[in-house]
Structures are given as C-alpha cells and as structure tokens.
Design a binder for this molecule. Structure first.
Ligand code: GDP
Length: 313
C-alpha cells in the first residue's frame, strides 16, 4: 500500500455517457502492470454490482486504484445524470484533479457541460482527454475548440483555460500529446495525470478527520461509507467520534476498513490522510458526516445531498 502522500493522485473521471470512461479505465488498468498481460479483465472497471453481490465482501468499487511506477492513482467514477448533481459536486471536492473525457467525433454534449461546470467551480484544472481518436471521422481540432468555448462560457479561470490535452483511443490502448503522431500505449495519459494533477494537500500526523462522500450497500456488510481521509490515520478496530449531520457526537468503532486495489476494495488495518477508503459497521452513517479523533471531534463542512437514491436508504 502506498503511504507516501506525494505519490498519490485522486482523480475524478467525468464524461458524457458513452464517451469512453469505462474503456479508458480498463486500458489504464491493463497497462499498469496490476494484471498480467495474459490475464483478462473479466469485470469492466466502472460497471455494475452483480459480481460484488456474488463475492460478498470483495466489493467492486466506484473508485479504481491504479499503480503507476511508484505512484498510486485513485480514479473515481462520477454519475453522468443531472439527478446526481449533488454526488458529482461532492466527488469533485474529494479529488485534486479531473479527467474530462470527450468523444473525438461527437465533441461537447450536454453532460460534458454539466460535469465540467462542477469541476471548474471546485477549482480543479481538468486534463482534457479526447478519446476515440481511431474513429475515421475523428475531428480533434474542432472538438478542442468546442471544449475551449465551453470553458470560457462556464467562466473558467486562467489556469483552467491552460488545460492540458491528451488524445487517446481506449479501444487501441494508445495515447498521445500530439494528434498528428499516433500513440503506442497509455503512457502519455499516465504522465499527464502525474504531472498536472497535484498530490493531496493533507496533514497525515494530525488528529483523524474523515468525511463520508458516498454511500454503498452490501448484503453482508450493510451500509458502507466512502470518502477521503482529510487528516491523520484511520485504523480498523479503533473507537472514533461520529459527528452526525445535526451535530450530535456518538462513539463508534471502525469495524471494517477497506482501501482500493485495482477494481476491488481490500481490507486494510490502517489508511492515511489523502487516501479514499470505505468503512463498514456503522449502519446509520450518512453522507456529509465526519468521523474524527474523539479528543478532537471537529466536523468538516457539511456536503450537499439532493439525489433521489439517498432518500431510499
Ligand atoms: P462510458 O459510458 O463513458 O463508460 O463509455 P464506454 O467505455 O462504455 O464506451 C462506450 C462505447 O464506446 C463502447 O461501445 C466502447 O467500445 C466504445 N469506445 C470506447 N472507447 C473507444 C475508442 O477509443 N474508440 C472507439 N472506436 N470506440 C470506443
């Protein structure tokens, strides 16, 4: 497990539906060395929960953790539908950068606008990924113009307007910085992530603070809270203060702690500030709540919740 925060990258991946998020994550995983060349990725990176139910506690996550050289990249999927704008907003607050994936033929679409607006207002500088460069009708220069217009329209700041661009074919497994030079592998995309997305700016030695950004459910474990550790170290088995949305503080035990490895969540004994982890065993846990050191029970600012699914949980 990577514990050096300077070698960690937390990245949201945003796109209009079908522009290739899942295929890109599959390729990054394939080329990361996490899987042997002859080993197939049976599950698609960001897709359904069927396998997760079958396996019990080996849960497929919305976060895919990819090793690259001595770095670890946590890629967080985001919902493309406007009903989930609260979730997108919370995810972009939890990460330090975003990959904006745009189809090289279709260009900017309604959901591209919606997700980019969230990323820009969170202050993130997106890495623009023009995908499907293998399509015979790809028109990357025009698509970049459309993206630039959209940035301007959404009031992007100067840094954001300098967005780096990587041209990819998730189908061929290639990426390039220069659309006139074909790529040979995904290396330029890995490089852009490492170079342009900052490491988390966190204090690992301070008192614990962890905030729930998303919820998940598993029939063996019950409700699962997912979020980034904002400060300190989170340990399995330890007693923590849960600061509820109304300010009530209750003592809880961290029964199960999971970090991410590839497509899976794996149980770990401890995890450090900057990392995105999942916690099971607190059945009433809610989005926006803070888990803290009982001696320093300070809440993080509450997060907006407005998506329909949370009302059902
Ligand atoms: P998502 O909805 O953004 O996760 O998109 P997917 O990764 O599921 O891709 C949507 C469709 O586009 C699938 O049929 C993919 O095979 C196809 N696709 C994804 N990337 C590429 C690419 O680089 N080139 C081509 N030609 N098709 C692609």
């Amino acid at each position: 497990m990577q514990t050096d925060v300077t070698r960690m990258r937390n990245v949201a991946i945003v796109a209009h539906v079908d522009h290739g998020k899942t295929s890109l994550v599959d390729q990054l995983l394939k080329q990361s060395g996490l899987f042997r060349d002859n080993e197939q990725i049976h599950e698609r990176a960001l897709d359904s929960n069927d396998l997760e139910r079958e396996r019990g506690i080996t849960i497929l996550a919305k976060t895919t953790s990819i090793p690259y050289k001595d770095y670890r990249i946590n890629l967080v999927d985001t919902p493309g539908h406007a009903d989930f704008s609260g979730e997108v907003e919370r995810i972009v607050k939890m990460v330090d950068g975003v990959l904006l994936v745009v189809d090289a033929f279709e260009g900017v679409m309604p959901q591209t606008r919606f997700v980019l607006e969230k990323a820009l207002s969170a202050g993130l500088v997106p890495v623009v990924v023009v995908n499907k460069m293998d399509r015979p009708n790809a028109r990357p220069a025009e698509v970049i113009d459309e993206v630039l217009d959209l940035f301007i329209d959404l009031g992007a700041n100067e840094d954001q307007l300098e967005f780096p661009v990587v041209y990819t074919s998730a189908i061929l497994g290639t990426a390039t910085d220069d659309p006139s030079v074909p790529g040979t592998n995904m290396e330029p995309l890995f490089q852009a992530i490492i170079e342009h997305i900052p490491a988390p700016d966190v204090d690992v030695s301070g008192p614990l603070q962890w905030q729930v950004t998303m919820l998940d459910y598993n029939e063996y474990l019950g409700r699962i809270g997912i979020g980034r550790i904002a400060r300190g170290v989170l340990r399995q088995g330890e007693t923590v203060a849960l600061i509820q949305r109304d300010g009530t503080v209750v003592q809880k035990r961290i029964q199960k702690l999971f970090a991410h490895q590839g497509l899976r969540r794996i149980e770990v004994n401890e995890a450090f500030a900057g990392d995105i982890v999942a916690v099971a065993g607190i059945p009433e846990i809610m989005v926006g709540e803070t888990v803290a050191d009982p001696a320093n029970a300070d809440p993080l600012p509450l997060l907006r919740i407005d998506e329909p699914t949370l009302e059902m949980t």
